[in-house]
Design a protein around this ligand. Structure first.
Ligand code: PEP
Ligand code: MN
Length: 352
């Protein structure tokens, strides 16, 4: 249930209403938008009557019932306004959201050693990436495949953060590792395979770093948004959704099918920022540039691109990784589309 207050509603009136709602056993969540205050009501609202609620205050403009299974993730919950996820990095704050420039996140699938992660960090930063993404803990289909260097790789990510000033995004797979990963990561990634690991979702929802949640490889949009709802319901409002390709019937040429249509679909359903990952979405570096351009044209808020200094030798996902040189070239091409849709960052001021 959503209570939309009139423009100029006195704060004391909003406070009074929230107290009343709490006394009824509901959890009121105040969302302060640019123009209006909205009170989201979570709890058992089945028996509440919209008309009766409306009469609680003359400052209530309207009362809406959210029919969707996800509440906090729904667009209605913020009365149609997009949310922004601000992330602190050593180089300053970066915003993910519909009204901000496209944020490019790049790096290797796995953190392999200090030299490669620091070299990659410097290279992707020079080309315009705002975050370094690399895995310390890797979810692999085979137990015999490289599983990531774990804790020692977290140390290397911290060193790369320090050396480059880039924010760090890295995956957490286990509830037991959340605090440890959150010490280094600026954004915690929940991978496709863990999208419905509800214990993990509750745990990342109960800490204060933003969370990037990838769509499960065979998940519906509703399941994905319900997974985001777990994180929001646990108290963490900073959630970014990442589409990374779906498993479809034809896997002869691409690893997955990148569902770019999620951009307009999600825009209508949710206020949360959107990232697209054409690297896992195609599985082949040759196809990444065309899809990355399409993602920006479709209106994504962010892109995740795998970049490795020597893809042929990569310990995971080499075939879909761009070299730093190819990434640099891609960024110049993406700038053309990004500027055309007015979503490209302004060049950094040159200090003289
Ligand atoms: C990754 O981001 O490297 C990864 C393992 O992705 P996904 O969870 O989308 O497969
Ligand atoms: Mn990968």
């Amino acid at each position: 249930m959503i209570v939309v207050m009139r423009v100029g509603s006195p704060e004391a009136e909003v406070d009074r209403l929230c107290e009343d709602f709490e006394a009824w056993g509901l959890t009121p969540e105040r969302i302060v938008g640019k123009h209006k205050v909205v009170i989201g009501l979570v709890g058992d609202t089945a028996d509440l009557d919209e008309q009766q609620l409306q009469e609680c205050s003359e400052w209530i403009e309207t009362v809406l019932r959210v029919e969707r299974p996800y509440k906090r993730a729904s667009r209605e919950y913020r009365h149609g306004e997009a949310s922004e996820v601000w992330v602190s990095t050593p180089n300053g704050k970066v915003a993910f959201g519909e009204h901000h420039p496209v944020v490019v996140v790049a790096g290797p699938c796995s953190v392999e050693n200090e030299e490669m992660i620091i070299a990659t960090a410097h290279a992707v930063k020079a080309s315009g990436a705002k975050f370094l993404r690399g895995g310390a803990y890797k979810p692999r289909t085979s137990p015999y495949a490289f599983q990531g260097h774990g804790e020692s790789a977290l140390g290397l990510l911290a060193a790369a953060r320090e050396a480059s000033g880039l924010g760090i995004i890295t995956e957490v797979m286990d509830t037991a590792d959340v605090e440890k990963v959150a010490e280094v990561a600026d954004v915690l990634q929940v991978g496709a395979r863990n999208m419905q690991n509800f214990a993990l979702l509750k745990k990342v929802g109960a800490q204060d770093k933003p969370v990037l949640i990838k769509r499960g490889m065979s998940s519906t949009i509703d399941e994905w948004l319900m997974a985001a709802e777990y994180i929001l319901a646990a108290g963490n409002p900073n959630v970014i959704l990442c589409e990374r390709g779906l498993r479809t019937f034809d896997r002869s040429y691409t690893r997955n099918t990148l569902d770019i249509a999620v951009v307009p679909v999600l825009r209508s359903l949710t206020h949360l920022p959107i990232m697209l990952d054409p690297s896992h979405g195609t599985g082949r570096w040759e196809y990444v540039p065309a899809m990355a351009k399409a993602c920006i044209a479709a209106g994504t808020d962010s892109l995740m691109i795998e970049v490795h200094p020597n893809p042929a030798k990569a310990l995971s996902d080499g075939p879909q990784s761009l070299t730093p040189e190819r990434f640099e070239q891609l960024m110049t091409e993406l700038a053309v589309i990004g500027k055309a849709v007015e979503r490209w960052p302004l060049p950094e001021p040159v200090l003289v």
